[in-house]
Design a protein around this ligand. Structure first.
Ligand code: HGA
Length: 610
């Protein structure tokens, strides 16, 4: 989603700002802009719809140079993606960039219009610029005026401001959308994600909720939500592990699909003993808290929600714990009845997903036993605000359509299931030992599934001319089918829906004809025979079947039926393995359709707005 980069330095900062925006491109955006306090002591801006490269080109032609500036990639929430709505927004001598949504923007717009301010965009953000400008008239100091301004904003913001009147500083405010200060020598920086600043510094200070910051070349001052001056800890990163390139792969998504054996291996490292999961992997108080757990409530969005749905099958079957799973945007606004001793589990790749974070904050008021985050980013808000954490070790995921984050989340959730079963004594030691052994073999199994790459690429040709697809699965494969359908929608723009195979005849069978491919995942379990009958129902109506079937399932190619033989795997781990061919399928269909695989239209990587 939107990205912010800011800099105050002794040298020209335009190239630093543009490089920062490029590093945030993977999050998805629709326009970009930069405002610079120029060496001629004027505030100037350039904005462009489309890619950062277009802004960069325009900057080269304009030779905009200065030592103070802010820049932004916008993912539109209010107002179409076009130059006029791109950030920075100006009012008088100041420029504002903003991530988030100002919910009372209509009331503020009416009030400010009444005071004579003229709006030049359709965004909610522009009210911040005019309101701040208005406050500055009396308060005079930019930082003081920002403190007064944010008191009148409802909603979520990570924002930064520069002013030609006080060009010695960047000011910033965080409430509901992350910001980090990058510390340099005689220069300082600001961004919505530290990745944007890794080329200029390795020292960072994370703003907390409600913080206001004044960032000068040689000093940083921060005030907390109560207005108290506070110090925030400095974090130093020592390696270049965040660097990302596609290597031999055509897209980040394909690279990330192929990384799954190694990142699953990393997610398991240090978390297994000979026969057991090491419960302390979830935190020092995990064993004591897990012993009290009688229910689990999982809350997540998108792909992470599908991971949670798989976990529900595991938690009830293996740990004997009732489990509910809900999408965060629903949970956060619902009157929830919390059963005693319920563990509240959130799942998020970035740990900044606005709805999931809000659900966690609500949950704290609702009497849950404790909160646990399964997350890929250790320095995220979700991790900081949860009692227990399990970090997935997927590494940086660039492709907007999540792949390796999902499979490592599944591994984390299986570790959670086994830990709960172990501590509560509901899982037989022999079963845990078997599954630990299977987990150790999982990276090899995933490698075998990836070796089917070329077979799946061929199958993808069946979809090139299609507009609709059904995905079917039973049991824990139903959420896998949902994830497969989501992946196909996200990157190939083909309409895809997932159903539990048994639901077919209760409605969706009406859609099936010879123009509707039906994708099915068929591990060799007790539901196989039922699934085969459901597939017959599809074939009888002319539907073309693509079946990813266990090599022991006894399914073979036939008229209108394409069977891809999958390596045999323990049934409990099958959702992780069967995800792989569905990821590959979406990828190759998208490549055939020529879409922007890594940055699909309208989507963003880390969904930091509601
Ligand atoms: N509401 C602002 C910023 C949107 C945003 O943060 N997206 O991630 C706008 O629409 O410009």
């Amino acid at each position: 989603m939107c990205g912010i980069v800011g800099a105050v330095a002794e040298r020209n900062i335009t190239a630093i700002l543009v490089e920062g925006l490029k590093r945030l491109e993977y999050r998805g955006y629709d326009s970009a802009g930069v405002a610079v306090y120029t060496n001629d002591e004027k505030l100037e801006r350039l904005r462009r719809p489309g890619k950062v490269s277009e802004l960069e080109q325009a900057l080269v032609e304009s030779s905009l140079v200065g030592r103070l500036g802010i820049a932004h990639t916008r993912w539109a929430t209010h107002g179409a993606p076009c130059e006029r709505n791109a950030h920075p927004h100006f009012s008088g001598d100041l420029a504002v960039v903003h991530n988030g949504i100002i919910e009372n923007h209509e009331a503020l717009r009416a009030q400010l219009t009444g005071l004579g301010y003229v709006f030049t965009s359709d965004t909610d953000t522009e009210v911040i610029a005019h309101l701040l400008n208005h406050k500055l008239k009396d308060l005079r100091d930019l930082t003081v005026a920002l403190k007064a301004t944010v008191k009148e904003l409802h909603g979520a913001y990570g924002l930064s401001v520069i002013s030609a009147q006080q060009p010695d500083r960047l000011v910033a405010a965080r409430s509901g959308s992350p910001l980090v200060i990058g510390l340099g020598l005689g220069e300082n920086f600001l961004a919505s994600d530290q990745l944007a600043l890794r080329q200029v510094t390795d020292r960072f200070m994370y703003l907390e909720e409600g913080d206001i910051a004044e960032i000068r070349r040689d000093s940083v001052q921060i005030w907390d939500v109560t207005g108290q001056a506070v110090e925030r800890q400095t974090v130093q990163y020592s390696d270049g592990a965040e660097a990302a390139d596609k290597g031999e792969f055509r897209h980040y998504m394909l690279k990330e699909i192929h990384e799954q054996p190694s990142v699953v291996q990393r997610t398991l490292e240090g978390r297994l003993s000979q026969n057991q999961v090491l419960v302390q992997a979830f935190g020092p108080q995990a064993a004591e808290l897990f012993a009290k757990v009688r229910n689990v409530q999982i809350v997540a969005c998108g792909t992470s929600y599908h991971a949670g749905m798989v976990a529900r099958y595991w938690l009830e079957e293996l740990a004997g714990i009732p489990c509910q799973v809900e999408v965060a945007s629903e949970f956060r606004y619902r009157k929830v009845v919390v059963q005693p001793d319920t563990l509240f589990v959130t799942i998020s790749q970035s740990g900044e997903t606005a709805d999931t974070l809000a659900a966690l904050r609500n949950a704290k008021e609702l009497g849950f036993l404790a909160s646990l985050a399964i997350c890929n980013v250790g320095i995220s808000s979700l991790v900081r605000e949860s009692d227990l954490t399990l970090l997935t070790q997927a590494g940086r995921e660039i492709g907007v359509a999540s792949t390796k984050a999902f499979t490592t989340q599944l591994v984390g959730l299986l570790l959670l299931t086994l830990s709960l079963g172990q501590v509560r004594g509901t899982l037989a030691a022999g079963v845990e030992a078997t599954l630990v052994e299977e987990l150790r073999r999982l990276p090899t199994r995933l490698g075998e599934a990836l070796a089917m790459d070329a077979t799946v690429e061929k199958i993808a040709e069946l979809f090139a001319e299609k507009n609709h697809t059904l995905f079917l699965g039973r049991g824990a494969q139903f959420p896998v089918a949902m994830e497969g359908a989501l992946k196909l929608k996200e990157i190939s723009y083909i309409h895809a829906e997932a159903y539990p195979a048994g639901e077919l005849k209760h409605g969706p069978l009406a859609l099936v004809d010879n123009d509707m491919p039906v994708v099915t995942v068929a591990p060799n379990n007790e539901l196989l025979e039922k699934l085969k009958s459901n597939l017959q129902e599809v074939r009888a109506r002319g539907g073309e079947l693509i079946v990813f079937a266990d090599e022991k399932a006894g399914m073979t190619n036939g008229e209108g039926t394409h069977v891809v033989q999958m390596p045999h795997i323990h049934d409990i781990l099958s959702p992780i393995l069967y995800t792989i061919p569905l990821q590959l399928l979406s990828y190759y269909v998208a490549v055939l359709k020529g879409t922007d695989v890594d940055q699909p239209r309208n989507l963003a990587k880390s969904v930091t707005v509601e």
